[in-house]
Design a protein around this ligand. Sequence first.
Ligand SMILES: *Cc1c(COP(=O)(O)O)cnc(C)c1O
Length: 348
Amino acid sequence: MDQLARKTIRELTPYQSARRLGGCGDIWLNANESPFANEYNINCDRLNRYSTCQPAALIEAYADYAGVRPEQTLTSRGADEGIELLIRTFCEPNQDNILYCPPTYGMYSISAQTFDVGTKTVPLTEEWQLDLEGIRDNLDGVKLVFICSPNNPTGNLIKRQDIETLLDMTQGKALVVVDEAYIDFCPEATTANMLDQYPNLVVLRTLSKAFALAGLRCGFTLANPEVIDLLLKVIAPYPVPVPVTDIAVQALSPAGRARTKFQVLDTGANRAYLQAGLGMLKDVTVFEGYGNYLLVKFPDADALFNALWEHGIILRRSPIENCIRISIGNRDECEKTLAFIREQLGQN
Ligand SMILES: *Cc1c(COP(=O)(O)O)cnc(C)c1O
């Protein structure tokens, strides 16, 4: 069967999602999921009918939330499908490239590879900011530049001024895709308000993180109508299941938005708690994080990660040397995680 598959797929290492990596624990802080499981009403009256491709109620609700126009908004099966649609729409297989800046989210590269689109990398600087000169030198044959802010897994924001410089630099040549999966935790840092100014800006959003709906699979691509219209040529005819629209519209209602705001504040308080608690430990560095996770450097991350794993506390090992990414859970989960780490490091 292997021989029947495309060569690219035979050679591909799939995305190591938190789910795929397994583990058996009581405390899951490895996928940047929300600790809140909110309730929704589901209506089964219309399930005999196909959904609309881009349900107006959903598009209008998200456009209003994001402060953009409905014509600048596309919904898809998570932000991950947005990444895939952009690549399929703008990159010629075996010819064009995407560019991204590691360490960052893994799906840009995996998605490109599955469509035989090349990948160019220009690592972030030591401060985890854009290497603008490096990017300028590598733009040949690049159609999409992916920027993640707040960046996963490092947690920092990419400077707005640098994103503007990049948008100017790529004007007429490439799109700049700003992945804002975590922007709801720091909404003032969004670049969505630059869409009218930059025809080549694309912003990715999701309900998976702050809206606590990872299992719903609902994301958004914000861009100018010319870009949205091209993506609409590629997207599946019925990409959004009817119950997904129903739930997402409830999440984006005034009451849903108020609840999310409250939960974002709660997560921020728990992040501050964990940041302060871990920051007090000797030989431990906690990097400032703007999302619902913290990147933390330990003297021996592998040993600690494994001890936590054995103890039923499942975190995520990051590719950055001796760093572990910790999703912010509820207060109880943060307390247990901090207490166990203290004990392991002999600093309790
Ligand atoms: C979680 C995440 C996504 C994927 O979001 P979905 O809407 O669940 O597909 C995209 N980008 C980044 C940086 C993420 O962390």
